[in-house]
Design a protein around this ligand. Structure first.
Ligand SMILES: [Zn+2]
Length: 409
């Protein structure tokens, strides 16, 4: 129904001349009067009078106020409650899950939980130092030096981390080997039953705390218990940051002389019995290889990789000479990587060693002269190609760098 169709409203239109004349004092208010007001006005027009209008206005005002109060107290808070509870209801499963106390894991104590992590919504990988041991597969052409360089480690750390594979010598390196690459320089130790933390630390020259707190070891200092009987499972492999040790090796012992050739007995079948007499050296040395084969092609002398020798390249069958006069104190097979090997005692505190030979031309107790042919170059034993592994050792100086004692090539 529109105003124009309602006869009542049509009558109230300002255009009505009769109405203007009759109620001139109200005509100015006419556009602002509400529907309710117009109804009251109609009542008055019907003769109910001014009194009715006043009472009605007051009563209506009271009703209006009470209505507002009632709305505020009841409808509004309820709507608010309905709003929140409605949202909750939507997000909740229809059936309320029940949990028994036993099914809830006991809260971890601070010590059990270890390092707590912040629940980050984004996975951010910070550039931080590696803490765990990784594996590297040896590639053709790799050397212990090259691998160490690749990971920013000392060559000794590569050997220390891989005793099972490398037996403390770079000669054991072979393509396809899986090497442990420690995160830091140091040693790698497999925990044994009965080990004490302080003793192990002392063995490698570090403090127990260094081992205990290194993140890559995943040990809990709070639960380690007594250092003498620490809570570490036998077989656990521990990184010893900064740790060092002597190389335990298959290397020929120093001091294998004609008086004590049995020292080399542990090395294999080539060991000799006691020898009396024989040639004595000059104390000067010549190259054990021909002039065409005086280049280090394999490992150089490097105590840090436990290679206290030089590797001279050549073809299989290249002549090998005695570097000085002396007596053969070892001639034959070696069980620990040297392959066919010869040791000469020069009788003056010096000994020399020739390894990976393809042929041994001398026997135990033979006296040989300087430059005398004693065997042929080969690739036997722990060798990745034809070369002579040549050691020069002194009962006082130990294994020296042959390049510092040989003449210019
Ligand atoms: Zn060598």
């Amino acid at each position: 129904m529109t105003a124009m169709n309602n006869p009542q409203f049509q009558k109230d239109l300002p255009s009505s001349a009769t109405r203007d004349a009759r109620k001139s004092e109200k005509s100015s208010l006419q556009p602002k009067i509400s529907l309710f007001g117009r109804w009251l006005e109609t009542l008055a027009h019907l003769g109910l009078g001014e009194l009715t209008l006043r009472i009605g206005t007051n009563v209506l005002s009271v009703i209006l106020i009470l209505s507002v109060v009632w709305l505020m107290r009841n409808v509004y808070p309820q709507a608010k409650l309905n709003g929140t509870s409605g949202a909750l209801a939507a997000s909740q499963p229809t059936a309320t899950p029940t949990l028994s106390a036993a099914a809830i894991p006991a809260p971890l104590t601070a010590s059990q939980a270890g390092i707590s992590r912040l629940a980050l919504p984004h996975t951010s990988i910070p550039s931080r130092p590696r803490m765990d041991v990784i594996t590297y597969t040896v590639q053709p052409g790799d050397s212990v030096f090259g691998i160490a360089d690749k990971f920013g480690l000392k060559p000794s750390t590569i050997l220390f981390g891989n005793y099972a594979n490398l037996k403390d010598t770079p000669h054991s390196l072979r393509p396809g080997q899986e090497l442990n690459i420690l995160p830091v320089n140091g040693t790698y130790y497999e925990w044994q039953a009965g080990d004490g933390l302080n003793a192990v630390a002392k063995f490698f020259g570090v403090d127990a705390e260094v081992i205990l707190t290194f993140p890559g070891n995943h040990l809990d200092p709070d639960n380690i218990g007594d250092y003498a009987h620490p809570n570490i499972q036998p077989g656990t492999r521990l990184i010893i940051p900064g740790g060092v040790r002597e190389f335990t090796s298959w290397q020929a012992p120093i001091g294998v002389t004609r008086d004590k050739p049995a020292l080399a007995r542990v090395m294999g079948a080539g060991s000799c019995g006691k020898i009396t007499g024989g040639a004595v050296g000059f104390g000067t040395f010549v190259w054990p290889t021909p002039t065409t084969n005086r280049r280090v092609t394999g490992y150089n002398y490097s105590p840090e990789t436990n290679h206290r020798a030089i590797d001279l390249g050549g073809k299989i069958g290249t002549a090998i000479f005695a570097t000085d006069a002396g007596v053969i104190v070892y001639a034959g097979w070696n069980d620990y990587g040297y392959g066919y090997m010869i040791m000469v005692d020069h009788g003056n505190g010096w000994q020399s060693l020739y390894a990976h030979l393809s042929q041994v031309n001398v026997a135990c107790g033979h006296s040989v002269g300087q430059t005398e042919l004693i065997g042929l170059m080969g690739s036997t034993g722990n060798s990745s190609g034809p070369h002579l592994h040549f050691e020069l050792m002194n009962t006082v100086y130990g294994k020296v760098n042959p390049l510092e004692w040989l003449p210019a090539p």
